[in-house]
Ligand binder design. Sequence first.
Ligand SMILES: C[S@@+](CC[C@H](N)C(=O)[O-])C[C@H]1O[C@@H](n2cnc3c(N)ncnc32)[C@H](O)[C@@H]1O
Length: 184
Amino acid sequence: LLSETDLAISLYVLAAFLGYFFLSGFIWGAGFQPTPKKELDRVAQLLQLKQGTTVYDLGSGTGQVVIHLARKYKVKCVGIEIDPLKVLITKIRIALAKDVKNLVEIRRANLFSIDISKADVIYLFLSGGTSIMKNLESKLLDETREGAMIVSYVHSFEDWSPALSMREIKIYSLSNMSEKRREK
Ligand SMILES: C[S@@+](CC[C@H](N)C(=O)[O-])C[C@H]1O[C@@H](n2cnc3c(N)ncnc32)[C@H](O)[C@@H]1O
């Protein structure tokens, strides 16, 4: 049985853990909320995701997107996450899941500093209240490969119209944006 001290320590650890998740949104930007799996299935259907596709989740949180898509659709997934605790949690989930180990790669990095040129699909569930979406526009226009698709859950790009949208899912096709690429 737990002694009073053990119980007090456990409660402190739990409170610190919960506090971290609450505060990490302020520290690293965007919250903790993962995309619901049924929404990811909708995205997979809309994009007709299939084996061989490479999906980047920019701001991959605790790994819901990369693990679900790799497991169910056998796509190759790269998750980029700035918060070290979430990276650790994702790595533990992947190690425990076993079946996705060869399909998923997780990197602790700022999404603005990574190479996205190998992505066929870029998935985003970021924050609408900050400038992050606006700041991403030029990186996406400059660095994504021709034909890549961008999916943003909940938040929209101010200056772009989605090629397809279903409730909270907005899909942007970069081929539609070749004019914008030329404008730059
Ligand atoms: C709302 S969560 C979404 C998690 C996951 N993509 C999903 O849909 O389930 C957004 C994540 O983006 C991360 N994030 C915010 N700014 C970032 C940045 N500049 N570079 C990398 N990750 C970032 C946050 O730490 C958070 O974990």
